[in-house]
Design a protein around this ligand. Sequence first.
Ligand code: ADP
Ligand code: MG
Length: 698
Amino acid sequence: MQSVPEYFGSKVFDDRTMKARLSSEVYDSLRETIERGAKLDLSVANAVAAAMCDWAVENGATHFTHWFQPLTGITAEKHDSFISPSANGRVLMEFSGKELIKGEPDASSFPSGGLRATFEARGYTAWDPTSYAFIKEKTLCIPTAFCSYNGDALDKKTPLLRSMEVLNTQALRILKLFGKTDVKRVTTSVGSEQEYFLIDREMYDKRHDLIYTGRTLFGAKPPKGQELDDHYFGSIKPRVAAFMNDLNEELWKLGILAKTEHNEVAPAQHELAPIYTSTNIATDQNQITMEIMRKVADRHGLVCLLHEKPFAGVNGSGKHNNWSISTDTGVNLLSPGETPFENVQFLLFLVAVIQAVDEHQGLLRLSVATAGNDHRLGANEAPPAVISVFLGDELTAILNAIETDTPYEGVVKEKIKLGVDTLPLFARDTTDRNRTSPFAFTGNKFEFRMVGSSNSIACANMMLNTAVADTLRQMADKLEAADDFDSVLHALIRETITRHKRIIFNGNGYDDEWIREATEERGLLNLRTTPEAQAKLLDHQNRDMLVGLGVFSDNELHSRYEIQMNTYCKIVHIEAMTMVDMARKEILPAVEAYCTDLASSIATKKAADPSLACACETKQVRLLSSLIDAIDAGIEALEKVILKSDTMDDCTERGHFIADEVIPKMAELRAPCDEAETRTAASYWPFPTYGDLLFGVR
Ligand code: ADP
Ligand code: MG
């Protein structure tokens, strides 16, 4: 058996493989494209394609695919084989530069939000050389961007790459002012901690809600939930450990640095964290990780639930997006430096992020807004729907001292003179000190904790990158025009703190009092539902920025708004229909059967001895009968609002109607069903309960 270092990355056409298999001219030219975005000429592409094909075939691949991330939220692929006929009825395995660079999937069914007229429905995929090709089963997967023939982005990768580019441009302007002319490229890095649930496959197969929607739509609270916190970091059960070992092996072969794994707070909940890497690669790798998690679970008779809220009453799952900015010279710009000069630069980048988050709260919120995540945010287990920034008390006090030009009350009371003094030492590792914050500074990175577990991290990062780029642009404009750089710089840092400190909050984000203070006193946004949040995409301030920096065109923004709203409506529609179906065909008949059996038992007993009161059974029959009526009424009320929503063509109107009318009716139907579950004999209940699902894997 091979050791981990031997098989790590064996299924990726990574730098090591490229170096070994490409001529040095081809390799250098490709690296130039990867690092600086230089145009690739066809002869280089042909050489790369031939080497990739040889490598893939040697590793058992027979097909290739342009792997892309359409706006459905999952990844898409269409496989073509390498086979090409040759003389004497033999075949050759071939792959050309043209096939590598550009593909034309018949992708007319992917959502385009009106961007693609049907007569030019095809769209094309374009190779993204900055993310390595990899082999999945027997297919060579080539990461690609997906666009319409007019050049409109139809995917998540294109705007993400554009956002990385604008951040690079603006950050370089700032670094130049600090004399860092050796820096040629600035990139953002991400490490995304992925939470998930594992449940038993046989139980899953018995629940139509899980099958159709990925979450449970019914289920009474089990006697034991997560109240003892005995699952968090608890010892890992053998079946789960076997799954994790297998998963790690698959991910390592794909060059994914899966690093830590542990049990999470809820029973059956777990987490995997990779080591951080460039945002584009991290995004691709997270998509692959989610896919592999599902596949590996299946091999172990398990199902991996990536939904944000598979179970009511226990914690949902998120993805912590750890984000930082660094230079190609190896400097993390969010890390406080050793010298006073470096510290001013750090402070500038820090306040730039604070300003970006404050000015574009809505954009960050909507970047994580989905039907699934709406159940999680603000539910006292995940950050609230209000965005704020956690800096920790010490860093906040430092900013406060700078703003007010007063001594910093640290270990030693001292006044900080920017550019002259070093920053007082503050606890750099504040990790997990405040789990309630949506956006926490943890020493040398920001942790955006609102991302949903099934979301692509592309959306959050493209908005974050762009918002920060825009702030850096404004700052660079001012600084470049300055006569006295130092004084303008200091004034800029101070002003930015004054104008944007309302977004800084170090307290408990789960507290109702905070929500009141945030909205009423600080004027922060509280966008509770997806339709409310998505509306912010078209706000002039956000739109001007995204269009102005060229990350989106106006058309692309409108199309995305429409797709997000339609997706939201479709998801809730499916859930509501599934509820009606399960309540009518499974729950009602079960409760009815138990109730009827109780009634006939009363009749039988009374026939045997008319003096028997049968008080218990009679009480239960009454209660169950009234629950049956309530369930029936709940089904009818839900059906009525579903039908009404079906008549609405406008996605904004429909989205709001669904949030305001359909979702409450779903909750109203669920209540008597869950109550009935607690009153019905277990042998009558038609599907596995919460207790079965949450404690069923050993
Ligand atoms: P935890 O938050 O669970 O205590 P860490 O904060 O050490 O753990 O790391 C969580 C994630 O953050 C990991 O994926 C890690 O690779 C990533 N990470 C660490 N440093 C950085 C950084 N400078 N930029 C981006 N991500 C980072
Ligand atoms: Mg963390």
